[in-house]
Ligand binder design. Structure first.
Ligand SMILES: CC(C)(COP(=O)(O)OP(=O)(O)OC[C@H]1O[C@@H](n2cnc3c(N)ncnc32)[C@H](O)[C@@H]1OP(=O)(O)O)[C@@H](O)C(=O)NCCC(=O)NCCS
Length: 189
């Protein structure tokens, strides 16, 4: 659970809790076809969708397994995107993110992912950090790799698109201590 008021910043981007006033910027960003393609948001995405998203993320802070942050410009406070941690579920946590079209191509998602990963490593016992992308979402895969995640493998038909067609997912993993190979390889029988 996100601690109420948790703010994470590297002085270029800041992750802060969501505010009701963010809904119009979420509504504008989520008209983007790339977000609609790679993130399971409602279609069409209307004002009620944006308000429900912000309200749900604000409720993350009152308990449960979700920690959602608004990604904002540290200098101007402009809303740049969204990033969430799902979990911890035991020793695992999963991450997801999107950026408004105008915020792309300058390392914002990598910074945001690094911030939420560092916060997770510092404040939880999570060992396995993971995320997955549509197999063809190379930009998101590069963000993961730049934040220290390794390509783990493909899960076939992991998701369905809006028409019910199966989509393959590429999984990325980062371990708390990649040099810890305890128990691996397993003993031969
Ligand atoms: C994924 C996303 C957050 C990345 O945004 P970003 O941080 O601005 O990413 P960039 O545009 O800087 O690109 C990151 C890397 O991907 C590469 N890239 C970008 N578009 C690419 C493409 N179409 N094919 C291959 N590589 C691509 C860039 O060259 C860069 O690689 P580099 O580190 O080697 O320079 C953003 O594209 C987005 O919001 N997409 C829609 C929602 C989404 O896909 N969310 C993730 C769901 S898993």
């Amino acid at each position: 659970m996100a601690q109420t008021g948790t703010i994470l910043s590297d002085e270029v981007v800041t992750l802060r809790r969501w505010r009701p006033a963010d809904a119009p910027a979420v509504l504008a960003a989520c008209q983007d076809p790339l977000i609609a393609r790679f993130v399971p948001i409602p279609q069409p995405y209307d004002r009620a969708s944006a308000e429900a998203f912000v309200e749900a993320r604000r409720n993350d802070e009152s308990g449960g397994d979700e920690s959602g942050f608004a990604i904002v410009d540290a200098a101007t406070e402009e809303l740049l995107g969204a990033i969430s941690r799902h979990g911890p579920f035991g020793h695992r946590a999963l991450f997801g993110y999107w950026l408004a079209p105008g915020a792309r191509g300058r390392g914002v998602a990598t910074r945001a992912l690094n911030l939420i990963v560092d916060w997770t490593l510092a404040t939880t016992n999570v060992i396995r950090l993971e995320l997955y992308t549509d197999f063809v979402n190379h930009a998101s895969g590069r963000v993961a790799e730049r934040a220290g995640f390794e390509r783990e493998g493909v899960r076939r038909a992991w998701d369905l698109d809006r028409d019910g067609r199966p989509l393959d997912a590429m999984f990325y993993v980062r371990l708390r201590d990649p040099s810890d190979t305890t128990g691996w390889p397993p003993p031969e029988r």
